[in-house]
Design a binder for this molecule. Structure first.
Ligand SMILES: CC(C)(COP(=O)(O)OP(=O)(O)OC[C@H]1O[C@@H](n2cnc3c(N)ncnc32)[C@H](O)[C@@H]1OP(=O)(O)O)[C@@H](O)C(=O)NCCC(=O)NCCS
Length: 303
């Protein structure tokens, strides 16, 4: 038998909220949805800002252990969020009228925050119109939203990091610079991140460079982005070592990382004892080392 508590019951009578017409009901639902969408967009923007801050904290080499651990755990939580929707972004060549938006997007990259007039002019000029043969296959790409407005940008072309190469520049240096493409900038609007725009831009650039005869694509990035480029199939190193027959071309990077990806099956990476990174061969014609074990004594390669 059910026993009820003694005493007077107090009941609250509430008018059921029945909308007076389907029209007001629909309007109320639409309003509520819009409110939620705005709240979600706001939350995503705040999260993107926190993530950006965490990334900058790590790339600045946070001196405080607690700050570094906190930044790492923020990035880990964000990276493991698999619920972010992916979409197929349209990627197209940048046009002169995209200039202001592109320059704004480049501002998200450390070091590109203030390009100045000269920098902005150079970016605009890189929009596929440079007549210089060395830049003939330069890429200036944008990923656009449904209104054809750029939400991501990628600039690339000649391997600018090689242009002031080491003093011992080997004879094949010029050939190398013609076979290597470099992505000098890639940035996505924080509101559109983790939805596939960056990947779409990079894959399109790789296709462009491959079809224009480049055998290797490189880019330089902050150490905390290593997992990102690793997931895109890049090899992330602090050194670049290329095999050139009789000589090696080597560059060392200290605070930044070099990511590279072969665009041609002739390009190989061989681990060599005595070298700090795999030796890359096949960038030039007939430039494959004979099979077998190799080692480097600090001056010469031995087989
Ligand atoms: C780096 C950047 C371009 C990535 O763009 P994005 O559109 O968010 O990247 P995507 O959505 O295409 O991500 C592709 C993959 O990498 C992962 N990823 C994205 N950012 C990552 C990060 N910081 N660390 C690890 N993985 C990451 C995504 O989860 C996704 O994996 P999935 O397809 O398996 O889910 C963007 O974060 C950015 O503009 N950063 C500021 C500018 C900058 O630092 N540019 C790089 C230096 S030039």
């Amino acid at each position: 038998m059910l026993r009820y508590p003694a005493g007077p019951f107090r009941t609250r009578s509430r008018e059921p909220r029945v909308p007076d017409s389907p029209v007001t009901f629909t309007a109320a639902v639409v309003q509520a949805l819009e409110r939620h969408r705005a709240q979600l967009a706001d939350a995503e923007e705040r999260a993107a800002r926190v993530v950006e801050l965490a990334r900058r904290t790590l790339s600045a080499g946070a001196p405080h252990d607690g700050a570094r651990r906190l930044a790492e755990s923020i990035l880990h939580t964000y990276d493991s969020d698999s619920c972010r929707p992916k979409r197929a972004y349209v990627v197209r060549d940048a046009r002169p009228e995209d200039g202001d938006t592109v320059i704004e997007l480049l501002g998200y990259i450390e070091g590109f925050e203030d390009l100045g007039d000269e920098g902005a002019r150079m970016v605009r000029e890189s929009f596929g119109r440079c007549p210089c043969p060395h830049h003939a296959d330069a890429a200036a790409l944008v990923a656009v939203d449904d209104a054809d407005r750029p939400i991501g940008v990628l600039l690339g072309g000649a391997p600018v990091w090689m242009l002031d190469g080491p003093d011992n520049t080997p004879p094949h240096w010029l050939g190398l610079t013609r076979r290597i493409a470099h992505i000098s900038a890639v940035a996505v609007d924080p509101e559109h991140r983790r939805a596939g725009a960056g990947r779409a831009l990079i894959e399109r650039a790789e296709h462009h460079f491959r079809t224009s005869g480049r055998r290797l694509v490189t880019l330089l990035h902050a150490p905390d982005l290593a997992p990102y480029y690793d997931a895109l199939g890049y090899s992330v190193q602090s050194h670049f070592v290329a095999f050139l027959g009789q000589a090696l071309y080597r560059e060392d990077f200290h605070d930044i990382r070099m990511a590279f990806k072969p665009l041609d099956p002739r390009v190989r990476q061989t681990p060599v004892m005595g070298l700090p990174a795999p030796m890359i061969s096949g960038i030039l014609e007939d430039n494959a080392p004979p099979a077998g074990h190799w080692w480097f004594d600090g001056e010469r390669l031995h087989h």
